[in-house]
Design a protein around this ligand. Structure first.
Ligand code: CA2
Length: 151
């Protein structure tokens, strides 16, 4: 069974924990990646965590996930969520079970954040749980692909 979950973070998420804590909290990207690694291990999965500020590189990561037969993708595409048909198309092409995550509650924010192109290509979307959303996303993904918790 495929065991690797790609955890992809998009533009500006490298700034997590350094600015706007009232919106994004105090945890840093390294904390997110540790949380994902630990949660994935709980289900016998491995988290391969990447961050990029470039749309094309995020698309390359999705293609790589396909080539490496990844079990799933957890994606916070940041601002590209609201603009990128290309990311939508990449996810649709590879057909890897994908959960969309946002740290903040995008529906309680500006109107331009209320639409996500990623949502149509993901089987679930989580937002507003802070970084715990990543843990919940991996748990939900594990259930979706039939990976069970290890003792
Ligand atoms: O809530 C989320 O996770 C977002 O994906 C974050 C994006 C935003 O454009 C989306 O609408 C919602 C922005 C990421 C910016 O991250 C920062 C983190 C700390 C300080 C400054 C920016």
């Amino acid at each position: 069974m495929a065991r690797t979950v790609y955890v992809l973070n998009g533009p500006n998420l490298n700034l997590l924990g350094t600015r706007e804590p009232e919106t994004y909290g105090h945890a840093r990207l390294a904390d997110v990646e540790r949380l994902c690694t630990e949660t994935a291990a709980h289900y016998g999965l491995e988290a391969d965590c990447r961050q990029s500020n470039s749309e094309g590189e995020l698309i390359d990561f999705i293609h790589e996930a396909h080539n490496k037969q990844a079990a799933g993708i957890v994606l916070n595409a940041g601002g590209y969520s609201h603009t990128s048909i290309a990311l939508h198309d990449a996810l649709t092409a590879v057909k890897i079970p994908t959960v969309e995550v946002h740290v903040s509650n995008i529906y309680a924010r500006e109107d331009f954040r209320h639409h996500s192109f990623i949502a149509r290509a993901a089987f679930a979307t989580l937002c507003g749980f802070g970084i715990d959303g990543y843990r919940l996303a991996i748990s939900g993904l594990a259930a979706k692909i039939g990976a069970t918790a290890k003792a």
